[in-house]
Each structure stands twice: as C-alpha cells, then as structure tokens.
Design a protein around this ligand. Structure first.
Ligand code: MIG
Length: 818
C-alpha cells in the first residue's frame, strides 16, 4: 500500500486515533474474495439506445444509463433483464431536465457516454462504470462491478454498488446523521426510527436521505441512491479505499451528479428532488412549544407573558394533550372548551396556533375518523389481511396507508375542522412510523405504494413523507391557497417539497448543542434546508447558559423553536431569571431584525436551489483543511456564524472565508482566509457580515406584520471588489409569488479606493408599502463623503441616536459615495 502514511495522516486529522484500526485492515479487493452468493456483472456483451438512455447487457442482466441533463446521469441494474417500475417518491414529477446533447463513443475497451459536461465510461471486459469530466479526468469509479444477491428473506435481490474511495476523499450528506460532517470512516443505515434521547453517532435516526457528496482533489460529485428499502452506506470504513452502498431490496438505481463544486451538486440534487416552497413569513419567526401547554389558561398565560415582556413570538404549539383521548382531529373540551375563540384571541395578539397530528388512529367504533377509515379500508393491513394494530398514545390504534393516493386525499380533508377553528400550522410526529413496544410496523404490512404494491420493507422509509405530503396538500386546499406550514419528524429524500423538519428528541446537554449544529448543516446540504432542533434540548434540564447559547444558535437555525418534554421544568425565554431573559430577548429580537434577510435566503433556496446553511467545506472546498471544519457556517451568502457550544467559553477561534468581514456586535473588522480569536461574552456570539453586502433589516416587532414599515433599512458594508446582494419581499402569505407577485432587488456593490457605488435592479410585480430606503454604511468614513443618487447630490440625515444615514427613493438605480 504505497500511500498508507498519507492516509493515516488524513484519517487521524479527521477522525482521531481510533480510525487507525480501520486503515490497518487488509485491503482485500472484493473480487479476490470468492463470490459465494453474490452475482457480479462481468462484461458488456451488447448495447442499444433507447431514447435518452443506453442499455448494456451481460447475459440476462441489463444496465440502463440514462442521461437526465449534462450533469445528471442515472444508472439502473436489472439482474434478470426487467427493470422495476420507473417510479419515485423523491424525484419531482414535473422534471424539466434535458441534456444539451449526448452521444455514445465505442473504444476498443470501453463505451463512453458523453454529455456536454460529463463522461460516463463503461468498461467492456469487467463492466466497471466510472464518471468524469469531458477532459478525461475521472472523478468517481467502480471498485467492483455492480452486484446482487438473491434475498434470503424474499424473492427479490439485495443490491450492491462498490466504488473507489480516493485517499484524500471526504464525504458529506445523508440527512440527519448525528456525527461529524465528514462521513469518512463510518457506516450508516437508513431505517426511519423513533430515537428518543439519541446519542452522538447513533444510527439510524428519524430520516432517510440516501444522498451523499464526495470531494476529491477539490472536485465534488454526488450520488443519490433512490431506494426506499433499508439502505446502507460505508464510507471507506471497512476498506479504506472503498465506498459502498447497498439495499435490502428494490432496484440498484442511482443518480450520479457532476460538480465540480459541492454547491453545484446540491443545486442539481434540488433540480431532481425539488425545494421547499416559500414558507409564510410567520413560519420563520420565533416559535414557542412545549409538551404540552394546556389547559387553555396556560396557553393564554404563556402568550401574555411574551407580550408583557416584549419578547417577540409568532407561534405557539399544542402538543398531543389538546386532543380528546389523543384522538386526532378532536379537542379535549375540558381543557379547551372553546378552541375557536382561544385561537382567535391568540391571533388578535399576533400568535399563530400550530397543532400536532399523529398517524395512529384510535380503534373506537364511535370515533368518526376510525369509522371512515375502517369503512373505506384506508388502514394498513398485514399479509393475511388483518388490520395492522399497534399501541401509541391513544391506546390501540390502526394506521392509514398514506402511500395510497385516496388515503392521502382523505387525510387532507380531515383537517377541515381544525382549519375552521383557526389552526395555522400542523406538526406531524411519530410518523417513522413509531409504535410502542415493537418500534415500528412488522415487515409483512402491505402498502399501496401508489399502485406499485409492496410490503412495509419498501414503504417504511416513505411513510412519514407521504403523511406530511397529504397534510400539506390538504392544508393548501383548506386554507384557500395560503402557504401552509407543516413540520415533520420522519422524512425521505424530497420531503422538502412538503414540509419543514426538526431533529427529534435531543437532550439538554452541551454535546447535543454541538450535535444539532452538525445535524442542521448536514440536513441543509442534503436538501432539507428548513430544519431546526428543539432549542434548549427536549429531555433533561439545561441551565441558563446552555439555554441561552442554544437560543443564539437558534437565531441562525432555519427553523427557530423552543421545545421540551413534559417532565421538564419551564422553558420559556424568561424561565432562567432576568439576566438570561435579557440575552434571550436580545437574540430573539435579532431574529426579527434579520427577518427580511432570512426571508431572502428562503427565497434563494426555493428559487435558486441554494442551501440555507453552508458549511465552510461548501464555501471553500479547494482548501483541504476546510473539509474538516464544522463549527462555522454561512447563513445565506452574507452572514457567517460560529455558535458558542461550550460552557464558560470566553473566546473561540473562528475561521473566516476569503474576503473582508465585519463583526456584527461591534465595529471590529477582520480579514478573511484565516482564523481569528474572537471574544465570546455571553450576550454576543461570533456573527460576521461579509464586506460588500447589503443586509435589509426590519425594526423589532413582537410578531411579523405587527407594524407597517415606512422605510426599509439597508445596511451596506464596504468591501473591496464587486459584490451581489439580493433582497426579496412579498406579502408573505399566498402563492401569488408563483405569478411573479414579488419584488426581488438585486444590489451590485462596487468598492475601490474608498469610493463605493451601489446599483439596483428590481424584478417582479409586487409593490411594497414603503417608498424609501434608509441606507446605513459600515466601513466607510461616511459623513466626510458626498453622495450622488441617479445624478442628484443627496444630504446625510441623522436618526434618533445621531447615527448618519441616507434616505433615498426605493426605485433608485445608482448611488455613488466618493
Ligand atoms: O412519544 O407528542 O418528538 O416533540 O413532544 C413522544 C409528544 C411523542 C415525540 C416528539 C416530541 C413530542 C412528543 N412526541
């Protein structure tokens, strides 16, 4: 093994000493081990072209190489020559992908399928498949031909793919795994699981996102293994030079996604699986949750305290106890005698009400939901046709088969009463699905699977996704085209089209704050940008410091919600005493100031497929050291954050990417491309704004749309060079943005020799209520400079604190300060 030393160094860097165990494994190429049960493709015997695909054969076996776009190629294996139905819950049904051109070239030893950007090589004598660019560089190649094994459990196949892992290669993605960002040296499985109080490295968790990104020699590519069965991934763990993925059923079917940037790969993964719709503005405010707030007086009291203490809050959650005996779509009338009135009163005070709905339906002949489900045979059945029963909160339950489109339609209509009561959002829990005692459904449960029937082994990982999909579709109809707000615990790839997610039942420890920091970055890289943790930790007791530091991280979490288990002490922002309350208030207020910036990042995510959280590896993948950084992340394009995740920490080393950076809580300025030691007093945290940025800011409000804004504040930061910033605004509620009813401002800031110019382009049909901008400048000796806007000279104004700003008409095209 020639470069063992290099591998060791690399592995120790990333994984610590224990990784050496893995490296000293004998490097046995799979092929040297006699294949007892496994069947391997062995050589290409013929090929044919079928539309946008080529089919290569080896005896009965067929391999389809389908070109989706210049950068996306899908490979499928049919061991007996019959491909399974081409159906996916993950991939959008309205794909608009096509390659600019493609061709097949036959060489003596291989076939080359070429697009304008990607070359896929199929080696004739061993069926190895590799991918690379058009200049002959190979980026990803098989270590063994695709292989399969007759399933010991059923008539299908276990399917395997083994690729080479380069010695410098790092791996990212896979959704909510509670481990380091770089997945190298680890093995994972995907089987959605209710994992209360999960630990670092515990696997599997609640979600299945079989998509990863490899980065080698600063080139990134992605693999999306679209298989809903229990899947497995090994990232150079058993063999330091191999990466494998396999499944206990279904088809070996994966998409290869070309980079070269991680950002490109993620955007293209979104092209396949979609993005999150624009959430309603209130959904990105601060949310207060608890298991559970009840009775009504308690809910009202919490809401009142927020307003009394002037701590902004947009939503309050009702966990399972609002229901009558945990029957979904009912109210416990003893605790909530008049829910409609309560919700209306809360709404008048600026609070939206979000309620929980679980999949388990109580077996109760007098309960309409059970009756309807039973009559129509909407509940899941076992192999012998008996209904699948299990115990959850309501006691004995049956479970809708959300993989049946009729059931989804029906389930969507069940929200009618809650919507009429004024409920604004829905929280879907326990949808892994979770069953007390036995964990989940038995394997023999049958599912409709949109007509491609199958057992629970096939449907398990999409069950939660299909539940929240039906919730989303139902709400969208019932709420008269308002943008729904949904949140789900279980998910499969593509769930971002229907819902936000949270990371489930974490623990109130500093370690879990760190795990959450890793999980949210990873979810964001894996297509699920609208994600959050239970701030403060679900189970266990945080002290004021942990709670407050977590709240600070929460400001920069796409979804910001405090939640806690029923057996814990109070968890409201004031529960830890006045000092902590003051800091929490300051940071929740910061969230509200940044709302127009955050809303814009959501827009960029929706429209341009940019992930919301961006680990340093994604921002600067060409620097090998950056592939190991995990604490700093980009929050959108212009803000960089490094949350404090240790108790008693008074300073921390923060890496700032290339460029110039302004510390958010003071006047300090830092050069990027290097590390800095940053003070971390309790009421501040390392937050930096990139030089050249335009950051929109709202005044602090107690909830979204509390006040009209008469002038939009824009903070402009001097930074050498040319920089793009965007500000997105709409009315925050309906899908009118799909008809261009929005306002997207593009600012181009150019700075040179202390001269700053700002140009603006505006797109869209929405006209905001305000007429002017208030422009504040950072990093420029402002007052000594003269200002010209579209040819006119403009004077400086001063706000109440005496801070200088410039007031300009919002339609301005060009502004120069020299
Ligand atoms: O068996 O509804 O993750 O957020 O508070 C526990 C009660 C069920 C688990 C969720 C948690 C929620 C809790 N639920």
């Amino acid at each position: 093994m020639p470069d063992l030393e290099k591998k060791e160094e690399f592995a120790v860097d990333i994984l610590g000493e224990e990784s050496l165990d893995n490296i000293h494994h004998v490097n046995n190429p799979v092929l040297d081990v006699p294949a007892i049960e496994k069947n391997y493709l062995s050589q290409v015997r013929s090929y044919s072209k079928e539309g946008n695909a080529y089919v290569f054969t080896d005896g009965k076996a067929k391999v389809e190489v389908r070109i989706f776009s210049d950068e996306i190629i899908r490979v499928r294996l049919a061991p007996q020559g019959t491909f399974l139905d081409d159906f996916s819950y993950a991939v959008k049904t309205d794909l608009h992908l096509h390659p600019t051109s493609f061709s097949l070239e036959e060489l003596e030893d291989a076939y080359l399928v070429k697009t304008a950007a990607t070359t896929c090589r199929i080696q004739k004598d061993n069926f190895f498949i590799s991918f690379g660019d058009t200049k002959g560089k190979t980026i990803n190649r098989d270590h063994a031909p695709m292989h399969w094994e007759e399933s010991p459990d059923f008539g299908g196949y276990y399917v395997y793919c083994t690729k080479e892992a380069q010695s410098d290669e790092a791996f990212f993605g896979l959704g909510d795994k509670s481990t380091n960002l770089n997945l190298r040296g680890r093995r994972f499985s995907n089987w959605n699981s209710d994992t209360y109080g999960f630990g670092f490295n515990q696997d599997p968790l609640y979600k299945t996102i079989p998509f990863y990104i490899g980065v080698t020699d600063s080139d990134a590519y992605g693999i999306f293994f679209d298989n809903t069965f229990k899947t497995f991934f090994d990232f150079a763990a058993e063999q330091n030079n191999q990466t494998s993925f396999w499944s206990e059923g279904g088809e070996l079917q994966y998409y290869y996604i070309q980079g070269p940037l991680m950002m490109d790969v993620i955007k293209r993964y979104h092209e396949l699986t979609g993005t999150h719709y624009m959430p309603p503005l209130w959904a990105i405010g601060y949310h207060q949750c608890r298991w559970s707030y009840y009775p009504e007086a308690n809910v009202r009291e919490v809401a009142e305290q927020f307003r009394k203490r002037s701590i902004p809050c947009d939503a309050i959650y009702l966990d399972i106890d609002y229901m009558d005996g945990y029957r979904c779509f009912t109210w416990n009338k003893r605790y909530f005698p008049d829910p409609k009135k309560m919700i209306a009163d809360l709404a008048a005070d600026g609070f939206k009400t979000v309620v929980m709905i679980d999949p388990g339906i109580k077996v109760d002949e007098d309960y309409w939901v059970f009756q309807e489900g039973k009559e129509n045979k909407y509940f899941c059945r076992r192999g012998d046709d008996y209904f699948m029963e299990g115990y959850v909160w309501p006691g004995r339950c049956q479970f809708p088969d959300y993989t049946n489109p009729k059931v989804r339609e029906w389930w969507g209509t069940l929200y009618e009463g809650l919507v009429e009561d004024g409920v604004a959002g829905v929280w879907n829990d326990m949808n892994e699905p979770a069953v007390f005692g036995r964990g989940t459904f038995p394997d023999d449960v049958r599912h409709h699977f949109d007509g491609i029937r199958g057992s629970h082994r096939k449907a398990h990982n999409v069950y939660g996704m299909q539940m929240v999909r039906s919730t989303y579709d139902g709400l969208k109809k019932l709420q008269k085209n308002k943008r729904p707000f949904t949140i789900t615990r279980a998910a499969y790839a593509g769930t971002q089209r229907y819902s936000s997610v949270w990371t489930g039942d974490n623990i109130a420890t500093w370690e879990h704050l760190r795990i959450g920091l890793l999980q949210l970055q990873r979810l964001s890289m894996s297509g699920l940008s609208f994600c959050g943790t239970d701030i403060g930790g679900f189970t266990g007791e945080p002290d004021g410091e942990l709670y407050t530091r977590w709240m600070q991280f929460g400001v920069f979490s796409p979804f910001m919600r405090v939640h806690s288990a029923g057996d814990t002490r109070d968890r409201e922002p004031w529960s830890f005493g006045p000092e902590w309350e003051a800091i929490c208030k300051k940071f929740i207020e910061l969230r509200y100031k940044l709302l127009p910036y955050i809303y814009t990042i959501f827009w960029r995510q929706h429209k341009y497929r940019e992930p919301i959280l961006r680990p340093i590896s994604l921002l600067e993948q060409h620097k090998p050291k950056n592939l190991l950084r995990e604490e700093e992340f980009g929050f959108g394009d212009q803000i960089l954050v490094s949350p404090v995740i240790n108790p008693g920490q008074t300073s921390k080393v923060v890496y700032l990417p290339e460029g110039s950076w302004y510390y958010y809580f003071g006047e300090k300025f830092f050069e990027g491309g290097q590390e800095h030691l940053i003070d971390t007093p309790l009421d501040e945290m390392p937050v930096f704004v990139k030089g050249g940025s335009v950051i929109p800011e709202y005044p602090v409000m107690q909830y979204t749309f509390e006040k009209n804004i008469d002038a939009l504040k824009l903070n402009i930061y001097y930074g050498e060079g040319t920089h793009d910033s965007y500000v997105y605004i709409d009315h925050g509620e309906t899908f009118a943005y799909e008809q261009s009813v929005y306002n997207e401002k593009h600012f181009i800031v150019e700075c040179q020799n202390n001269v700053l110019s700002v140009r603006q382009h505006i797109e869209g049909l929405y006209n905001e209520r305000f007429d002017t901008y208030k422009l504040y400048f950072f990093g420029l000796p402002a007052e000594s400079k003269s200002v010209h806007v579209d040819g006119d000279t403009v004077a400086w104004s001063y706000d109440e604190e005496g801070t200088p700003y410039i007031s300009v008409e919002k339609e301005f095209r060009k502004l120069i300060i020299d």
